[in-house]
Design a protein around this ligand. Structure first.
Ligand code: FES
Length: 111
């Protein structure tokens, strides 16, 4: 269940294929703008490095799937599902994103 939409920033403030970190209701979130106007959001906390670094990761594609490679130990996480490419049991949370009239909104789980 998602809560209300939280206004984060405008699309033009986001550099293509670069991450941006934000804090929404206590959730550390990493946002990535890919393929023009598409924005995806995953947790910013790297469970391997145990640090909020995912937004500083390198974005890429593998077999058509967008991933972010953590800047610490280079683990790759799918940006749509949050799953780690090599270890299905590890994943990042994913958050719904909406882009409306050039404004980026993210929803987080309700308390
Ligand atoms: S644990 Fe290294 S890529 Fe998943």
């Amino acid at each position: 269940m998602s809560g209300d939409w939280n206004r984060i920033c405008t699309l033009i403030e986001m550099l293509p294929e670069r991450g941006a970190a934000c804090l929404v209701d206590g959730y550390q979130i990493a946002l990535f703008r890919i393929e023009g106007d598409t924005v995806l959001a995953v947790g910013n906390f790297d469970p391997f490095a145990r640090a909020n670094v995912i937004s500083r990761g390198i974005v890429g594609t593998q077999e058509g799937r967008w991933f972010v490679a953590s800047p610490m130990y280079k683990h790759r996480f799918d940006l749509r599902t949050g799953t780690c490419h090599d270890c299905a049991e590890v994943c990042l949370p994913v958050f719904p994103v909406r882009v409306d009239s050039g404004v980026v909104y993210v929803a987080v789980p309700e308390e």
